[in-house]
Design a protein around this ligand. Sequence first.
Ligand code: ARG
Length: 432
Amino acid sequence: MSRQLWNKGFQPDEMIERFTVGQDRELDLRLARYDVQGSLAHIRMLCSIGLLTQEELDLLVPALEDILADIEKGEFVIEDGVEDVHSQVEFLLTNRLGDVGKKIHSGRSRNDQVLVDLKLFFRDELVTISNAVQSLFDRLISLSEEHKDKLMPGYTHLQVAMPSSLGLWFGAYAESLTDDMQLLVAAYNIANQNPLGSAAGYGSSFPLDREMTTELLGFANPHYNVVAAQMSRGKTERAVAVAVAAIAATLGHLAMDVCMWMCNNFAFVSFPDELTTGSSIMPHKKNPDVFEIMRGKCNRLQALPNELALLTANLPLGYNRDLQLMKDIVFPATTELIDCLQMATYMLGEIRVKDNILDDPRYDYIFTVEDVNRLVLEGMPFRDAYRTVGMAVQEGRYKPTRSVNHTHLGSIGNPANEQITAKMERLRQHLR
Ligand code: ARG
């Protein structure tokens, strides 16, 4: 038996219901607590404008708080035949309180209700992501400090190029995460605006106090124009997607480096046996499957902005049911990203780093620029010094002096980890 808020006396077709409800009964569980928070703010506002009496409010608030407690305990379900979380909460209220439960939807539509749920959800989810980014950042900075003095080859065109260090390598990903944090902050600011009161998308003839719900829900400001508020469904998700994809790009790149540095031909890093995986035929194998899965997942996550753009391309203005499908795409994606971030942090906690990598003669040419610069400091013009060292290489006479002396800001000898940490700290302030 299906129960719809919009029931007008006929039973909808079951096939139609299954098709249109889709994954909402599961996915909406993630919105449940926010749905109740939104309703609590809405009914307080309705009371302030005389659409609910104080007595009614005093019945509704504890009943909603009970539902919230069930949600926190994991005891809330969206029953078969109930379309979504918004319907379930209203049915529960009406079952418990009778007619007063039916009053809470004045001046509201499920369109602004799901929007407010999503905004509150994304705010929290972005904070969770930023915490996971911060943990990985902290690990990378501490590895950078720990391995500051360990040199490794730097590559261009995947050919041996110039001296680098493990400190620079770890620190590079830390600083790269600060760029991603900028996008997280931007997505957070876009999400942190109140759509409640836009109702179906065109406002209401009730004198809704939108400033009041904005304050009750802790939003930075209302999304003022009711049509713009509805347009933010989709726009908010795309902003979140851009941030998710950026982090995934950074993490996927890191995962690729680790796979490569674990390759026996490089062997710059390794992990304890229990963090590697084996082969069913080759008894010697210790494979980097964790980082391969991470790389694959992160590559898929980078499709997120495109998936959303295609889903929402050329939709007519105002609510359209297509928008529901964004939940199917975005909810698993943020979970996946958090999982990858936590796994990276966990794995890097156990990473082992090879000492004296540059003693291997295959990296001798790493030092050519160092030797050119030494000649320059001794007074030789750069182009002559370049030619001198170049001829030695060409004729097989080149012998590296193996001294590396990089001191400028952001270089091997001065990776600026303090400045990078301060930059991250400043960005994170915006998410608290
Ligand atoms: N499940 C719907 C969604 O996510 C809720 C809003 C339904 N609104 C409507 N007009 N059918 O979009």
